[in-house]
Design a protein around this ligand. Sequence first.
Ligand code: GDP
Length: 196
Amino acid sequence: QLYRKAYYNGSATELSQLPEDQGYEVAFAGRSNAGKSSAINCITEISALARTSKTPGRTQMINFFSFDDERALVDLPGYGYAKVPEKMKLKWQHTLAQYLETRQCLRGMMLMMDIRHPLKPFDIQMLTWANQADLPVHILLTKSDKLKKGAGKQSLLSVRNELKKLSLNASVQLFSSLNKSGKEEATQKLDDWFEV
Ligand code: GDP
């Protein structure tokens, strides 16, 4: 299985530091605490990976986790949770937007949102940039185990509705790293993007 082969393959803080623009990349994004690390762990079945991305100092970096020579998961940290000056935040936003806009090998973006706190300004920003760049977005409504089945379904529908109202384009699913529900659906989306 491809995703179990993931290994840490470097970080970049600036566009000039990115590896060569070749092969396939899928970006993972989410606000701090959205459950992104847990989702990456769940999908790759490697718990050490997420820890790597949480190493202090790497919080404002683009982290690369490669599966093979051609395919990589790109971990985009949420800005704003570290106490950084406004000027740095703006620079970081610019870097992220540029990356999404210019990166040719980027096939899609997985956006993690806590099912209880969906579509916050950060999420809207990422969706807007991705839509502008014609980049497909797939949303994981994480921690779905926190809600009862009916409530989870209701949230799924209401997020889809909200996206429509905002004219934002993305597919959406329920996901739980805790009980691995939604893992197959998420993996299927990755397979499509990576052409596995
Ligand atoms: P990140 O900051 O986006 O990388 O978020 P983490 O993956 O570190 O998760 C943040 C918190 O949410 C941690 O306390 C996790 O244990 C918890 N969490 C993550 N995924 C799930 C899930 O699927 N179910 C539940 N119940 N808790 C989760």
